[in-house]
Design a protein around this ligand. Structure first.
Ligand SMILES: CSCC[C@H](NC=O)C(=O)N[C@@H](CC(C)C)C(=O)N[C@@H](Cc1ccccc1)C(=O)O
Length: 669
């Protein structure tokens, strides 16, 4: 039967299975999540061997005890996030920490729980209730203000207000909480996806964690691995000699090593992530993935401590690799898939998640035999384990992508993904939307993304190039964007536009472009450089680089990428869209979030003031409660709808389902 076009509402019909984790006895657990757009509710539960074991709709992040008999997971059912244990079919709440817990992990002997919480160092993390009371007292203070004597006083969407991330160890036997990282440092360091990077040693006596004790944490990417006894006490920095980033520690199961990822260039956030080993006896370090010229991401030790499996970015995919300790040999294990997470099946095979542009994420299984037969090639006999979206996939046209390679700046090859519209007819011409990614050091992948379904569903060709700065094409290709924000990437983009405009099915008179974060900057840059596009959409973008520097929190990023500060680097003028106002002419949709401390929303206000004053059609949307990543359920429906409206008006695709103004003013949608 004919499938119908993908709509905004379909995004919220999708269900997800994530984080497959296999017990020592071979049981498979994972989390599921779904949302209800109209009810504005999200639901998440835990599945073990195909059976849902939680019913509170508020459970997530499952992991097994070392003996495989207990499944741990986090639930917010009590009103705050706490750790639960599921054993013999019965769930028990383990923690009752007043602030709620983050990133919990359990010691191999099962006696200790380590978690992170943001605490007042004067009070210390051991007393959660006293910390909560202090927060409540502050909320009642008639004076509501922030006060700071140093930078990084706010991060991502929150002001720190004197609080620091600490690691708290909860002793299950004597029911005591110990703050093992006291003081005025973030331990672990901040991450927008939540605190992580603290792990127990196999003998349950030590914790390894991340902290940066530099005097100016806002201006350095330095981060070190520290080890501390689980009972607290003196911590030891084991990577002090490297002034760049060290992180992601994992003890080898035999306890001999700590594996970790590191970078070499101080201050360069997007330097290559390399896998290294720290010998706990000798203190010697060695590099494992020198020959791998892309970023090493998530990884896991084999149970015999002889090898490590890791995910590494590569040409629009995130394959699984293996590196052997005895000879540092790297082998590709599962190819041509944008793998999100994985675990061993205990029999030489793997469970893993991935999506494709035209297929939402699911959990898959590949046996040792199938993996051996595939020999690291794309063709792999695998089994899809979860089928949460089967009925949607059977009725809705989820469009796949194809790849085009072009010759870009410096003569380098640039990969461009293309999604053709619903009901595609090669004899017709369609409007085009080009999507530029943020980072800028990231890669677009052959993976599912709502932007690449909603617009093809409304009749657009969508194309997304991996321009210079993208990861996965060798570190030099990534490095090339630093200092060159408006040159190599723009040359790639325009060359890609030329090729796309020549495609028989693209209407070159109806081209638009969109981007988020650095991609938003890029749209603002395009505004000042060419009149080729009928409309633009700029989300969380940078308009004036000097004022952006003065408001962003992670100063290391512009300091490196723009080669200094506004008073000593001419790049803040050279690459600033605000210096090309005389060329502005293209209608632009601008979207921002009032709590975006990465790219202050005032960048978007300045841009909007400029466009409006020049009489250039423009619309501004400011999400009141959001930061750099707006809420998927509460805010993103408006984002998609506003894009559809804008593209409909200037490029002529299908109309948006709702009226954005009514969505905002009357809640009508
Ligand atoms: C290697 S990821 C780059 C993170 C970068 N860090 C510091 O500024 C960042 O936030 N980049 C922004 C644009 C920049 C301020 C001009 C950006 O493009 N953000 C992207 C990527 C991102 C990914 C993970 C965490 C933060 C940002 C985005 O929000 O999609």
């Amino acid at each position: 039967a004919q499938k119908r076009a993908f709509t905004i509402e379909d995004i919220y019909r999708l269900q997800y299975a994530s984080g497959p984790t296999v017990s020592a006895t071979g049981a498979l657990a994972y989390g599921t999540s779904r949302s209800d757009l109209k009810a504005q509710k999200s639901y998440s539960n835990i599945v073990v061997n195909g059976k849902t074991i939680t019913t509170d709709n508020k459970s997530f992040s499952p992991f097994w005890s070392a003996d495989g008999r207990t499944l741990y997971y986090v639930s917010t059912a009590s009103g705050s996030s706490q750790l639960y244990a599921w054993r013999d079919g019965k769930a028990t709440q383990l923690t009752d920490y007043a602030l709620g817990i983050d990133g919990a992990t359990v010691s191999p002997d099962g006696n200790l729980i380590a978690f992170a919480a943001e605490v007042d160092p004067e009070i210390g993390g051991a007393d959660g209730k006293a910390n909560k009371a202090a927060i409540e007292r502050k909320a009642k203070n008639p004076i509501q203000a922030h006060i700071a004597d140093h930078l990084l006083y706010r991060h991502w969407t929150e002001y720190s207000d004197g609080k620091y991330w600490h690691i708290i160890v909860y002793n299950l036997k004597n029911k005591t909480y110990t703050d093992v990282t006291p003081g005025r440092f973030h331990s672990p360091v901040f991450s927008p996806s939540g605190p992580s990077g603290f792990v127990f040693s196999p003998d349950s006596k030590e914790l390894c964690y991340l902290s940066n004790h530099d005097e100016h944490p806002e201006a350095t990417t330095n981060c070190d691995l520290w080890v501390v006894p689980v009972t607290g006490g003196e911590a030891k920095n084991i990577t002090a000699e490297n002034k760049a980033w060290d992180g992601s520690p994992q003890y080898s199961p035999d306890g001999r090593y700590i594996a970790y990822r590191f970078q070499r260039t101080p201050g360069y956030e997007s330097d290559r992530f390399i896998l290294g080993l720290y010998d706990r006896k000798t203190g010697q370090k060695r590099v494992l993935t020198e020959k791998f010229d892309n970023w090493v991401d998530d990884y896991k030790w084999t149970s015999d401590s002889k090898a490590i499996y890791f995910l590494g970015e590569e040409r629009g995919y995130e394959p699984l690799y293996r590196v052997d300790l005895k000879n540092d040999r790297i082998t590709k294990v599962i190819a041509n898939r944008a793998i999100g997470s994985f675990d061993f099946d205990g029999k030489g095979g793997f469970y893993y998640t991935y999506s494709r542009t035209g297929k939402p994420s699911a959990i898959y299984h590949a046996t040792a035999k199938a993996i051996a037969a595939a020999k690291g090639r794309a063709e792999l006999k695998e089994t899809q384990v979860t089928h949460l979206n089967d009925s949607l996939e059977a009725t809705v046209d989820i469009r796949p992508s194809e790849t085009m390679w072009i010759k870009g700046a410096k003569g380098d090859s640039v990969e461009v993904f293309i999604v053709k519209p619903h009901g595609f007819d090669p004899n017709k011409k369609y409007p085009l939307v080009i999507n530029v990614h943020g980072g800028p050091q990231m890669q677009w992948m052959d993976s599912f993304r709502p932007d690449w379904q909603v617009y093809p569903g409304a009749g657009y060709v969508v194309a997304y190039p991996n321009i210079h700065g993208s990861t996965g094409y060798g570190q030099q290709f990534c490095r090339d964007i630093s200092g060159h924000w408006g040159s190599y990437p723009f040359e790639d983009f325009m060359k890609a536009t030329d090729k796309l405009a020549q495609l028989a099915y693209v209407d070159s008179t109806r081209m638009g472009a969109m981007g988020w974060s650095y991609g938003g900057y890029f749209m603002n840059w395009v505004q000042g450089q060419t009149k080729r596009f009928k409309c633009l959409a700029s989300m969380m973008g940078l308009f004036d680089l000097r004022s952006m520097w003065g408001a962003t929190e992670e100063l290391w990023f512009p300091n490196f990428d723009l080669e200094g500060q506004p008073w000593n680097s001419e790049l803040y003028t050279k690459w600033s869209p605000s210096n090309y106002v005389k060329n502005f002419a293209t209608p632009t949709l601008i979207i921002t979030g009032e709590r975006d401390y990465r790219v202050s929303y005032t960048q978007s206000l300045q841009y909007f003031s400029t466009l409006q004053s020049l009489g250039i059609p423009s619309r501004l949307i400011v999400f009141k409660n959001d930061g750099h990543w707006p809420s998927t359920l509460k805010s993103m429906p408006l984002y998609y709808n506003a894009h559809l409206e804008w593209f409909h008006k200037y490029l002529g695709g299908a109309p948006a389902p709702w009226d954005s103004e009514k969505m905002v003013q009357q809640g009508e949608w």
